[in-house]
Ligand binder design. Structure first.
Ligand SMILES: [Zn+2]
Length: 253
């Protein structure tokens, strides 16, 4: 039998039952186990972990637990008082790209509104989501922690809230993206980039898609490079601008 002490820090405690939070947990188990397997047996997905210290030394997920080990597990993007540690992954990307599971449609639309690359399509299964995350280096967003325990998923966030407003806050805060928002640069419907339509000759190409009442006052239009949808700064724009403004520090367009 192996007898160890393990402790989880900060928001990793969200995954633990109340009596195991923020305390040294005494744990006994038979047979060899890697750090990844041990940590996930407590319900904590490996993608949420950034640093594992065993008896004060940093180890990777493949480390085989030894009898008597004292293990500290820290979340992603925590700041550490310790020096010379091996973080388990690189620092967050400046322009993160996401893939979202099928239950997070509203979160995907909010992230797109704020200008982030948020890949979402109905009907994707778990293995497809994990493959896209791995192949395209996208951060997998899901509320399903089992999905984040898959070996081929190396970047992901387990979304805690069921409220799309709070979910958006979770992503922005975890990756420190408040200053990276670029509202109205991406199509909410399809995730394509939005381009301004040049003023000269724009009438001809947009006329079939824009109501007569709008054409009479509006001379500034934008087109999604993905689905071709035409956007203009009408009443809907004001509503979206006020939604976007709740999330970031800076001016809208
Ligand atoms: Zn589009």
């Amino acid at each position: 039998m192996y007898r160890i002490l393990i402790r989880f820090y900060e928001e990793l405690n969200d995954f633990l039952p109340r009596d195991r939070r923020k305390t040294d947990i005494e744990f006994t188990f038979p047979g060899r186990r890697s750090a990844k397997d041990l940590i996930e047996s407590f319900g904590v997905p490996h993608v949420e972990v950034d640093l594992i210290l065993v008896n004060g030394e940093s180890v990777d997920f493949g480390y085989i637990i030894q009898n008597g080990d004292r293990i500290s597990v820290y979340p992603v993007f925590e700041s550490f008082p310790v020096k010379n540690v091996t973080r388990l992954r690189d620092l967050p990307l400046r322009n993160p790209r996401f893939v979202l599971d099928v239950h997070l449609r509203k979160l995907a639309r909010r992230l797109r509104l704020l200008g982030f690359d948020a890949d979402f399509t109905d009907g994707r299964g778990d293995s497809e989501l994990a493959e896209i995350s791995e192949r395209e280096g996208r951060i997998l967003l899901t509320r399903d922690r089992r999905l984040l325990m898959r070996r081929n998923v190396s970047r992901g966030i387990c979304i805690r809230s069921t409220d799309p407003w709070i979910q958006t806050d979770e992503v922005l805060d975890r990756l420190r993206l408040r200053d990276e928002c670029r509202p109205f640069t991406r199509c909410i419907e399809c995730n394509g980039l939005i381009d301004e339509i040049p003023k000269n000759g724009s009438d001809k190409t947009i006329r079939p898609y824009v109501p007569e009442g709008v054409l009479s006052w509006c001379d500034e239009y934008f087109r999604c490079s993905g689905c071709g949808k035409i956007y203009w700064k009408g009443s809907h724009y004001e509503k979206l601008k006020s939604i976007a403004g709740k999330f970031f520090h800076g001016d809208g367009q």
